[in-house]
Design a protein around this ligand. Structure first.
Ligand code: FMN
Length: 184
């Protein structure tokens, strides 16, 4: 079974993180880390508590507790997804701050050359945001913006969310039946 870290931070679009969790939990071990602001956004946007993120193969970590398994490079992880990724978290990772568990695991993924998928949500981007995103890309992260396409007949909010989640799952190398490959 593959093993992933799912981080939810305080950007709008926590529904992407929730949907990814729902789709992954039957086929992977998931370590969930939710920032304080991410928890607030879950409440505001979805009416959810962090206790939603539980299950047989699920571990819900404390963001403030860095002294834990997933913070070590010796812990085998197949990937980390930060979705949605706030500009604050992106800036701190790009500066190498490692001040909480999300930033530390992302730092480890980059140093160990493992898969780190960052799903930013902000509009418009400032020069600082763009520079930080470029730094992460250059350090080996994959920047996969929360910007769904509309060319496969998406006609509901759910299908637009699924478009983005399908792209994330494709990048993680796990099966998904949310969105078939495009055929003209
Ligand atoms: C309602 C609400 C919506 C927000 N939406 C965004 C957003 O879409 N993108 C973003 O980068 N920050 C957004 N923020 C700001 C972040 O939550 C803030 O910068 C926070 O410090 C990020 O902390 P975190 O990265 O530890 O989660 C939002 C804040 C609030 C209260």
């Amino acid at each position: 079974m593959k093993r992933f870290v799912l981080a939810i931070t305080g950007a709008s679009g926590v529904v992407y993180g929730k949907r990814l969790f729902d789709c992954l939990k039957s086929q992977a071990e998931i370590h969930v880390v939710i920032s304080e602001r991410g928890a607030e956004l879950l409440k505001i946007e979805l009416g959810l508590k962090t206790s939603y993120f539980k299950g047989n193969n699920v571990v819900l970590h404390k963001t403030s507790k860095i002294n834990t398994s997933i913070a070590s490079g010796s812990f085998r992880l197949d990937g980390m997804v930060i979705v949605p990724a706030s500009m604050g978290t992106i800036g701190r990772i790009s500066a190498g701050v490692s001040g909480n568990l999300i930033e530390r695991v992302a730092d480890v993924m980059l140093k160990e050359k493992r898969k780190l998928i960052v799903v930013p949500r902000e509009a418009p981007f400032s020069t600082i945001h763009l520079k930080n995103l470029l730094s992460l890309d250059q350090a080996g992260a994959l920047i996969l913006p929360a910007s769904p396409g509309f060319y496969q007949g998406q006609n509901s909010v759910e299908s637009l969310v699924d478009f983005v989640v399908a792209r994330i799952m494709d990048q993680l190398g796990v099966d998904q039946d949310l969105m078939p490959p495009y055929e003209a």
